[in-house]
Design a binder for this molecule. Structure first.
Ligand SMILES: [Zn+2]
Ligand SMILES: [Zn+2]
Length: 308
């Protein structure tokens, strides 16, 4: 399986130069996972023709408006369209309070179950395990409590070779065991090693979302060998001290973290609206970590497929 990531918003704080506040869509087998929901996210979903009804889980990093203000509107639209399917919402303490207050004062109820799970912001925690994916929250260093998210595919079963099934006349219950790694004993008592009957499954893929945060080497063990790391790079080197003061990162710092964590690819984003031209973000990061790319609205990333 290839995990597909869609960028809906790549800017920080306020919209500028056709760039929108933070929001991303991760397409998994279960449906869409929405990561952050800045103002205008539902407009972006429509613009790029993603059905919002397919969103089943929403992950909010923190309560700054550029990551959150699109959520009440999106949930309101779900109600207006008569949604009944549940939404699982993950985020730091307070996300549920704001939404409850909003729906109380606007007198509207929800037409669907909204399951909120508070995520810790001082320690890492596995917050979700499905059959195919596990999601871990990681603490980020920002001005308010903030969590990043790591999405990991689970190890798949081995692929059994169809010609071997015929050759050894392997019955169905044995196939299930072989896929899990068992050897096979034929009727004549010959033991066939698993490696001769199967091939290894594709390597499980991983995606990490780190925004907003200062440069933090605390994250290194969690980000080690991640396939795609999205890391905020609000500023360039000209504003390095401002980045540290405001709980943000420069492009060069994001690259240094990617290089130390030995990730496969780095995707930059959460650009400050003081920068119209984004090329300097690559100029400052690629000498440190060559596989660095810029996130842009409407872009689809197939995680695990190398981009030239
Ligand atoms: Zn932000
Ligand atoms: Zn923030």
């Amino acid at each position: 399986m290839i995990l597909k990531l869609c960028i809906l918003g790549s800017n920080s704080a306020k919209p500028a130069f056709n760039r929108h506040p933070s929001a991303q869509l991760l397409q998994v087998e279960e449906g869409y996972y929405l990561i952050d929901c800045g103002e205008g996210t539902q407009m972006q979903l429509m613009r790029y023709r993603y059905k919002s009804s397919k969103i089943c889980r929403i992950f909010i990093t923190h309560l700054h408006g550029d990551h959150f203000l699109g959520l009440p509107g999106l949930l309101d639209s779900f109600v207006l369209s008569g949604r009944v399917a549940p939404i699982h919402l993950y985020g730091p303490k307070g996300v549920d309070d704001i939404l409850r207050f909003h729906f109380q004062l606007t007198g509207g109820g929800l037409s669907f179950p909204l399951h909120f799970q508070e995520v810790p912001t001082h320690e890492a925690s596995i917050i979700l395990e499905t059959e195919r994916i596990s999601v871990q929250s990681i603490p980020l260093e920002h001005r308010v409590p903030c969590a990043g998210y790591i999405f990991r595919e689970k190890e798949k079963e081995r692929n059994i070779l169809s010609e071997k099934i015929k050759q050894y006349n392997i019955p169905y219950p044995a196939i299930r065991a072989i896929k899990k790694g068992a050897d096979f004993e034929t009727d004549s008592g010959e033991l066939i090693a698993n490696e001769l009957l199967t091939k290894a499954p594709p390597k499980p893929l991983s995606y990490a979302y780190c925004s907003d945060t200062s440069y933090s080497e605390f994250l290194l063990p969690y980000l080690h060998k991640i396939d795609l790391l999205y890391h905020e790079s609000t500023y360039l080197n000209d504003c390095a001290s401002m980045a540290a003061e405001r709980g943000h990162t420069t492009a060069a710092e994001a690259a240094r973290l990617a290089q130390k964590a030995e990730v496969r690819q780095l995707l930059l984003g959460h650009y400050s609206s003081r920068y119209r031209d984004l090329q300097p973000f690559l100029d400052e990061s690629r000498p440190i970590f060559a596989s660095t790319y810029l996130s842009k609205e409407g872009q689809e990333w197939e995680i695990g497929r190398l981009v030239e």
